[in-house]
Design a protein around this ligand. Structure first.
Ligand code: FAD
Length: 274
C-alpha cells in the first residue's frame, strides 16, 4: 500500500522527498498512477498553492496549474503566449482537468504537449530542492526518456519572458483528435521590417525528449520570409531531429510532418501578426 503525504509548504515537500527511498511527487496523477506501481510513498503537490497564471513582466505559471486552466486562461489566449492555449486545447479531454503543466514537463517524454510551446517561448523552470533553488531553461531539464536533471527537486513554476509584436503557434498531428501526437511543433515569431527579428522553435516526438531546434532558429533569424527560406528551414529542421518509428507513425513520416508543421506554424504566426 502507498503511504500518501499532503504537505502544505514547499519546504515540507522537499524535506519529505529527502526523508525516504522509493518516494515520488504526485500532481495530477495521470502518469504516475499508471507508470509507477511499486512506489511506497507519494508526496502530493496540490496543497502548495502552485496553481496560478500571473501576468507581470512576462508570465508566471505555477507548476500545479492544470492543462484545462491553461486552456481557459484569457491571458494565454492571444499574442505571444497563444501557443500554450492552442497546445492545451489539443490535450486529451478526459485528463486535461487533472493533468498539470509541471507533471507534463517533469515526466520527460517526447509526447509532452506543453513542452514545445514552453521551449519556443524560452520559458525557464524554477526548481527548489534541499540545497536551495535554481532556474533552468525548459529544454535543459531533459536528459532522456523519463530522465531529467531534477535531483529530488520540485518544479515550482515556469517563467516566460515578455514579448512585443510577437505571435506564437502550436501545431499537432495525431491519428485522431484525442490521441497523443505523431509530431508536434511550436513556434514563436517576431517580425520587423519584413524580416524575422526573433524566433523560437520547440519540437515534440522528434527525439527522446522535446527539442529546441536551435540550428533552424539560427538559420531563420534575419531572413525575409519566402518560399526558398521556408523550404531550406524545413530541410535544416529534419537534419537536427531524430524521430523514431512507433505504432503511431514511422520516422520517415514524422520527418515529413515536421516540415509541414514548420510551414503551418510560420503561416499561422504571420496571419496573427497581420
Ligand atoms: C488517457 C491519457 C491521455 C493523455 N493525453 C495526453 C495528451 O494529449 N498530451 C500530453 O502531453 N500528455 C498526455 N497524457 C500524459 C499525461 O497526462 C501528462 O504527461 C500529464 O500532464 C502529467 O501531469 P500530472 O500532473 O498528471 O503528473 P503526475 O502523474 O502527477 O506526475 C508525472 C511525473 O512528474 C513528476 N512531477 C509532477 N509534478 C512535478 C513537479 N511540480 N516537480 C517535479 N516533478 C513533478 C511526478 O513525480 C511524476 O514523475 C495522457 C495520459 C493519459 C493517461
Amino acid at each position: 500500500m502507498v503511504e500518501y503525504f499532503r504537505p502544505t509548504s514547499i519546504k515540507e515537500a522537499v524535506s519529505l522527498l529527502h526523508s525516504k527511498e522509493n518516494i515520488k511527487l504526485i500532481a495530477g496523477g495521470t502518469e504516475i498512477n499508471l507508470k509507477y506501481r511499486d512506489l511506497e510513498y507519494l508526496v502530493d503537490l496540490k496543497n502548495l498553492e502552485l496553481n496560478y497564471i500571473e501576468e507581470g513582466a512576462g508570465i508566471r505559471i505555477g507548476a500545479t496549474t492544470t492543462i484545462g486552466e491553461i486552456e481557459d486562461s484569457e491571458i494565454l489566449r492571444n499574442g505571444a503566449y497563444r501557443a500554450l492555449h492552442q497546445s492545451a486545447s489539443t490535450f486529451t479531454s478526459s485528463v486535461k482537468h487533472l493533468a498539470t503543466i509541471g507533471g507534463n514537463v517533469a515526466e520527460s517524454v517526447a509526447s509532452s504537449d506543453l513542452s514545445p510551446p514552453l521551449i519556443a517561448l524560452d520559458a525557464k523552470a524554477v526548481l527548489t530542492g534541499a540545497y536551495g533553488g535554481r532556474v533552468v531553461p525548459v529544454h535543459k531539464l531533459f536528459m532522456g526518456l523519463r530522465k531529467t536533471i531534477l535531483d529530488k527537486e520540485i518544479i515550482v513554476e515556469f517563467i516566460i519572458p515578455e514579448y512585443r509584436n510577437t505571435s506564437s503557434s502550436f501545431q499537432k498531428v495525431g491519428r485522431t483528435e484525442d490521441d497523443l501526437g505523431m509530431t508536434t511543433l511550436a513556434m514563436r515569431l517576431t517580425i520587423k521590417d519584413d524580416k524575422i527579428e526573433d524566433v523560437g522553435i520547440g519540437v515534440g516526438l522528434a527525439s527522446p525528449n522535446p527539442l529546441k531546434a536551435e540550428k533552424t532558429e539560427r538559420y531563420i533569424i534575419n531572413k525575409e520570409i519566402n518560399e526558398e527560406v521556408i523550404e531550406e528551414a524545413g530541410d535544416i529542421l529534419i537534419q537536427e531531429t531524430k524521430p523514431r518509428t512507433s505504432i503511431r507513425a514511422s520516422k520517415e513520416y514524422r520527418k515529413r510532418l515536421e516540415k509541414v508543421l514548420l510551414r503551418r506554424a510560420l503561416m499561422n504566426c504571420l496571419e496573427d501578426l497581420r
